[in-house]
Design a protein around this ligand. Structure first.
Ligand code: ATP
Ligand code: LTN
Length: 334
């Protein structure tokens, strides 16, 4: 029996992924790759919408791919590739842009936020059409489910609208995908500022646990995490956001229930709790970091794996694109 298809991706916008990316995305991807035919991309074309040095982009693309693999995405089982290696993405995005309303694109809140932050002159058209490229990513693979964070839900809704619009205007070419939104418990906050989510683009590094941090640095960041004055290890997102965030990380990395961790540390101080968490973090990420660095030491081998996965992806993507080109009436080249 054929498995349903899954698609997801991340931008190569930092040298290292962080614990939020790991818990909120990679852990679930790894789990889902058994029951789905999964496609995971490093969306380098999307990364071009932000100012980025060419050499740095190349390096971050390899590093992101290596971290997917080190975290357990298996390139022999799932198709793990670089978006720009499959030309159909840019081509389908063009066709989809011609059925996307200007007003419809203009309602995307991520674009509104980012363009407000940068100002009109620093905002490029690529940022505006970003969700259309994302729709192309998803629709090329006849995707059934798209696991994403809450912030991407609107983009997947747009993808559904575009798929339905195309199918009814030109005949069915696309599977209409369903967004699978991660639970609130999968949201990780900044260790220094537990009101905002841990983010690659945060101003200070102190609250971000990078997957590739030296273990001693990770431990130090955990020990310095912001807590509160109450002194009891207890989950309460409202009044104890710092401690609750640490409990979430502890629970996600060990698979233990929050209540059992609370019990273990009942009557003990935050120092003990943080020491325990630092050990958990280090034992989870030290091997991931080592595997990543090993792969990065042999970039030619990594590039070969990415190339063969891109071939596999292109086979699926090209078939969808050919069907779309036919349906909209582009003359077939003989
Ligand atoms: P930025 O904040 O700079 O946009 P980011 O760190 O949020 O970057 P993305 O590339 O937007 O990372 O997200 C990649 C994946 O990681 C997405 O599936 C997203 O939902 C997930 N993710 C990112 N940050 C967190 C977080 N703090 N907690 C849980 N999941 C997260
Ligand atoms: N926009 C997403 C990254 C992304 C994606 C996708 C996610 C690009 N294409 C297709 C799922 C499916 C982000 O910023 N996290």
């Amino acid at each position: 029996m054929t498995k349903p298809r899954l698609y997801s991706g991340m931008q190569p916008s930092a040298d290292s992924l962080h614990v939020g990316n790991y818990i909120g995305a990679l852990l679930q991807w790894r789990e889902l790759q058994d029951s789905y035919e999964a496609f995971f991309s490093v969306v380098d074309l999307h990364a071009l919408t932000q100012p980025i040095e060419p050499a740095a982009l190349r390096e971050m693309t390899r590093r992101t791919a290596a971290q997917y693999i080190a975290a357990g995405i298996e390139p022999s089982r799932s198709t793990l590739y670089v978006q720009s290696h499959v030309r159909a993405h840019a081509e389908l995005a063009w066709v989809l842009s011609t059925i996307t309303g200007f007003g419809e694109a203009n309602r995307m809140t991520q674009f509104k936020d980012k363009s407000a932050r940068y100002g009109a002159d620093a905002t490029n058209v690529g940022l505006f059409t970003y969700p259309v490229l994302m729709a192309a990513d998803i629709l090329l693979y006849q995707t059934d489910i798209v696991p994403v964070g809450d912030d991407q839900k609107q983009h997947v809704e747009l993808t559904r609208d575009l798929a339905e619009r195309f199918n009814s205007r030109y005949g069915t070419a696309f599977t209409v995908p369903i967004p699978v939104i991660q639970k609130e418990t999968a949201r990780i906050y900044d260790l220094q500022n537990p009101a905002s989510k841990m983010s690659k683009s945060a101003e200070s590094e102190a609250g971000i646990l990078w997957m590739l941090d030296d273990p001693a640095v990770s431990a130090k960041k955990v020990m310095r995490a912001v807590t509160d004055n109450e002194g009891s290890v207890r989950y309460d997102r409202e009044t104890k956001p710092g401690v609750s965030n640490l409990l979430t990380i502890y629970s996600a990395l060990t698979g233990r229930q929050v209540a059992s961790i609370e019990d273990e540390y009942a009557g003990r101080g935050y120092g003990d709790f943080k020491k325990g968490l630092a050990e958990v973090v280090v034992s989870e990420f030290a091997p991931v970091r080592e595997r990543t660095l090993e792969m990065l030491a042999d970039p030619a081998e990594l590039d070969r794996v990415l190339a063969s996965n891109a071939d596999r992806a292109a086979e699926v993507a090209d078939a969808t694109l050919a069907d779309v080109y036919d349906k909209v009436g582009l003359l077939r080249r003989v």
